[in-house]
Design a binder for this molecule. Sequence first.
Ligand SMILES: Cc1cc2nc3c(=O)[nH]c(=O)nc-3n(C[C@H](O)[C@H](O)[C@H](O)COP(=O)(O)OP(=O)(O)OC[C@H]3O[C@@H](n4cnc5c(N)ncnc54)[C@H](O)[C@@H]3O)c2cc1C
Length: 436
Amino acid sequence: MPRQRRAPRLAVFQLQVTDVTAPDPALKAPRIRLLGAPHSAQAFEIRDFLSRSGVAYDWLALDSSTGLHPVESQRLPLCEFPDGSWIDAATVPAVAARLGWITKPRLATYDVSIYGAGPAGLSAAVYAASEGLKTVLVERQAIGGQAGSSSLIENYLGFPQGVSGAELAERARQQAARFGVDILQLREGVYATFGDDGIHVDMADGSKLAARVNICATGIEWRRLQLAGEDRLLGAGVFYGAGASEAPMCQGETVYVVGGGNSAGQAAMHFSAYASAVVMLVRGERLADTLSDYLVRKIAAAPNVRVVTHCEVAALQGDASLEAITVRDRRSGAEQTLPTRHLFVCIGGLPNTDWARDTPIARDSAGYLLTGADVLAAATPARPWPLQRLPYHLETSVPGSFAIGDVRHGSIKRVATAVGEGAMAVAFVHQFLHQA
Ligand SMILES: Cc1cc2nc3c(=O)[nH]c(=O)nc-3n(C[C@H](O)[C@H](O)[C@H](O)COP(=O)(O)OP(=O)(O)OC[C@H]3O[C@@H](n4cnc5c(N)ncnc54)[C@H](O)[C@@H]3O)c2cc1C
C-alpha cells in the first residue's frame, strides 16, 4: 500500500524536468511525478507504461552530482501522486495498483475471454460486450499493444491529422469499459486447457480464468539484436520500439534507430522533433523497399534525419548506460564506433504464443497461430480438425478458440486489420455459441 505521507522535498532533485503530457489531458486526470536516476531502466519502464497508458506525468531525472546517500538511492524511482501520497522503489505493478488498475474478475465464467489488449483485442472486447456477451479482456502490460507505442498513426480511418497510439488505446479502453468489459490489466495468460465445459486459462499470478470461448490477440514481441550487453542496457540507452516516452530526453543528441519498417520510420520522424540528428540504420538497399510511401517522403524531407543502408549494429558499449554503438557495413565488413546515448530498435517481432506450445493449438514454423483454411491444410491424421463443419475463418485448430491480429499466421500487420478482425471474430463467436 502507498504511504499516505508527503513525498520528501524535491528541491535537490530539480535538475532536469521533462514534462510529458497526455495526448488529451481530459482523458485521464491524475498527474504524477516520477523521480529517478537518468539511466534507470526501472524508471524507464514506468515512464513507458504511463505514456502508453496516456497518463500525464513529470519526469525528474536526478543528476549524479547531487551525491545522494546510497540509502536514498535505493528508494528510487520514487513516484508521487497528485494527492501527495508516494511509492518508493516504484515498479509498474505498484504504480498500476495505486492507480486502481489491478482488479479481480467479477465472474466465475465468462462468455468470452480475450487475451491481449492491442487494437485487435480491444476491438473484439467492444463488439462482444456491445452485443451482450459477458466479456473479460486480459492484458499483461499497457493497454494498446504495439499501437500504443506509436507516436502518430496516420493511416487509420477517421483521423485525418493522425492520432497517437496512446490516445487511440485510451479511447478504446473507455469504450470497452462503457460496454461493461471486465478489463484485467497486468495479468498474463500462460497456459490453456480446452474441454467440453469451456476454456480454462492459467494466469501467471496462479489464478484461473474460465470462458465458453476465447480469443487470442496477443500480438508480437520486439525482436532483439542478440548482442552482448543488450539485457543490461535495456531501458538504459537501448530501447525496443518507438520509445515515444523517451523523445523529450533526446534533446540536442544524435540518436540511432535500427530498422527500415514503418515503426522505425515513424520513430525517426518522432525523434527528429527533439534530437539534433536521427540516423536510421537499415540492413537493406533502399528504404522504399520496406517503408510506406508517405513516410519515405517525410524522411527525405526531414533535414536532421539521415538514412544509412547496408548496415547493422555489431556491438553495444557502456556499463551502466549506453555510451556508443559499433556499426558494421554489411558489404565491406568495415566497422565504425559511434558515440550515442540512445538506440531505438524497431526490427520487427516474434509472435507471443509460447503459452500455446504444449496445447493442441496449431502454430506455423515461426510460432504464429493457424486459423481457418490454414488449420485444415495443416491437419494430419494424428492431429485432425475434429468437427464435421469447416473451421471459421479466424478459428484455430481448437473449436471455439479464435486468433486475431498480428499473432495470426498471414495477418496484415496494421491497426485497421487488427480492429477489423476483432469485429469479425465476434460474429464467429456468436455462430459457435449458437451451434454449441
Ligand atoms: C511503433 C509502431 C508504430 C506502428 N504504426 C502503425 C501505423 O501507423 N499504422 C498501422 O496500421 N499499423 C501500425 N503499427 C502496427 C500495429 O500497431 C499492429 O499491427 C497492431 O498493434 C497489431 O495489433 P494486435 O492487437 O494484433 O497486437 P499488439 O498490438 O501486438 O497487442 C498485443 C497485446 O497482447 C498483450 N499480450 C501478449 N501476450 C499476452 C498474454 N499471454 N496475456 C495477456 N496479454 C498478452 C501484449 O502485451 C500486447 O498489449 C505500428 C506498430 C508499431 C510497433
